[in-house]
Write a protein that binds this ligand. Structure first.
Ligand code: SF4
Length: 329
C-alpha cells in the first residue's frame, strides 16, 4: 500500500539539568494509508515522545531529535521549518489527547473551534463553505449542528471528546495520532467513541496511531499492533500475529499476561516485575535483559536485531536466525 509515515532509526533525547534522558532509541515504523496501528507499552516506553516527534512538538530547548528520519508522505519532517510544521499540523497530521478539558478552549463556542482549524488550513474556503463543513463534521461525529453555538462546559465528557475528534478531523488529515483518547471516559461512552472513530476512519481513509494501555481497545479497532519498550519497538505485527501468533517477545508475554486473547473483554496490561532500564544511560545489549527469564549471554552484550517472519517482527535474540536456538526458523 501507499506509505503515509516512515520513521527510520529515530533517536530522541531530553536534556535536563541533571542528565540526558534517552527517550526513543532507534525506532523504526512504517504506516500505510488507511491503516490503524495500536502503540502499546508501559508508561515511559517513549510512545508519546514518538508521537510528539512526528508533529515536531517536543518541548522546546529540552527535547531533541538526535538521529534518524521521519517522513510524512513526501515531507521530510526533520528538515521542515517551524512555519512548514504549522501548516502540516492539523492539515496532514493531527493529534488528539486524552483529556478533553485541557484541549478545548472554554471561552469559544465549539463551532468556532472547528471553524478556526479550517480558517488556518483551508484559506480558499469561503465563510459559507466553512460553515457547511462545520455542520458536516459535527454530523460525522454524531453531534447535532444545533449545538454548534454551545460552549465546551455544556457538553458531557464523551461529547467533548467527540468535539476534539471533530477538530482533529476537520481538515481530513492523512494521519491522526490519538494518545489514550478514551481513557478519561466511562466504559459505555468509551465504546461509543471508539466505534465512531472506527467509522470515521473507514469513511475518510485516515491512517491512525492509537496510543493505549487497553488491549480491548486495540483488538477492537487496530489493524496492526506495535509494542514499545525502552524507546524501541520490540514486536510488531498484524492483529492476528499479536493475539493469535505462536511466538512473542518475552516482554509482550509478560505485558499481556502470558497468552494474549483477542476475544477477551477490555483487558488491561499486566504489571511486570522489575523496572525499565535507567533512561539516562544508553542500554548495552537487550534493554529487557534485567527483567527477562530467558536472558542469554549474547543478550547482555548485543542489542538484538529486528527479525521478521512475514508481517511479524520480534526484536529478541531468541528469534535471531544467527543464534543457535533458532526458535522461529
Ligand atoms: Fe530476553 Fe535476550 Fe530476548 Fe532480550 S534478547 S528479550 S534478554 S531473550
Amino acid at each position: 500500500g501507499e506509505k503515509i509515515l516512515e520513521i527510520e532509526n529515530l533517536h530522541v533525547k531530553y536534556k535536563t539539568d541533571e542528565s540526558d534522558i534517552y527517550a526513543v532509541n532507534g525506532l523504526n515504523l512504517c504506516l500505510n494509508k488507511g491503516e490503524t496501528l495500536g502503540l502499546v507499552g508501559e508508561t515511559g516506553a517513549g510512545k508519546t515522545t514518538a508521537a510528539l516527534s512526528i508533529l515536531k512538538l517536543l518541548p522546546k530547548k529540552i527535547g531533541f531529535i538526535t538521529e534518524g528520519s521521519v517522513k510524512l508522505g513526501d515531507i521530510d519532517i526533520i528538515n521542515a521549518t517551524d512555519a512548514d510544521m504549522r501548516l502540516i499540523r492539523g492539515d496532514m497530521v493531527s493529534m488528539i489527547f486524552q483529556d478533553p478539558m485541557t484541549s478545548l478552549n472554554p471561552i469559544l463556542r465549539i463551532g468556532e473551534q472547528i471553524a478556526e482549524v479550517l480558517q488556518i488550513h483551508k484559506k480558499d474556503m469561503s465563510k459559507q463553505q466553512i460553515e457547511e463543513r462545520v455542520d458536516e463534521i459535527l454530523n460525522l461525529v454524531g453531534i447535532s449542528k444545533d449545538r454548534k453555538n454551545d460552549y465546551p462546559h455544556q457538553f458531557s465528557g464523551g461529547m467533548k471528546q467527540r468535539v476534539i475528534i471533530a477538530i482533529g478531523l476537520a481538515c481530513e488529515p492523512d494521519l491522526l495520532l490519538a494518545d489514550e483518547p478514551t481513557t478519561a471516559l466511562d466504559v459505555t461512552i468509551q465504546a461509543q467513541v471508539l466505534e465512531m472513530m472506527q467509522e470515521l476512519k473507514d469513511k475518510l481513509n485516515t491512517s491512525m496511531i492509537l496510543i493505549t494501555h487497553d488491549l480491548g481497545v486495540v483488538a477492537q479497532i487496530c489493524d496492526r499492533v506495535a509494542i514499545m519498550y525502552a524507546g524501541q519497538i520490540i514486536e510488531i505485527g498484524n492483529i492476528e500475529d499479536i493475539f493469535e501468533g505462536e511466538h512473542h517477545h518475552p516482554y509482550t508475554i509478560g505485558l499481556f499476561g502470558s497468552i494474549p486473547n483477542m476475544n477477551e473483554e477490555s483487558k488491561r496490561l499486566k504489571p511486570i516485575a522489575g523496572m525499565m532500564p535507567d533512561p539516562s544511560e544508553l542500554p548495552v545489549g537487550c534493554s529487557f535483559k534485567e527483567r527477562c527469564a530467558s536472558c542469554m549471554e549474547i543478550c547482555k552484550a548485543e542489542n538484538p536485531e529486528e527479525a521478521y517472519l512475514d508481517t511479524h517482527m520480534i526484536k529478541c535474540h531468541l528469534f535471531d536466525r544467527k543464534n543457535e536456538s533458532k526458535t522461529m526458523s
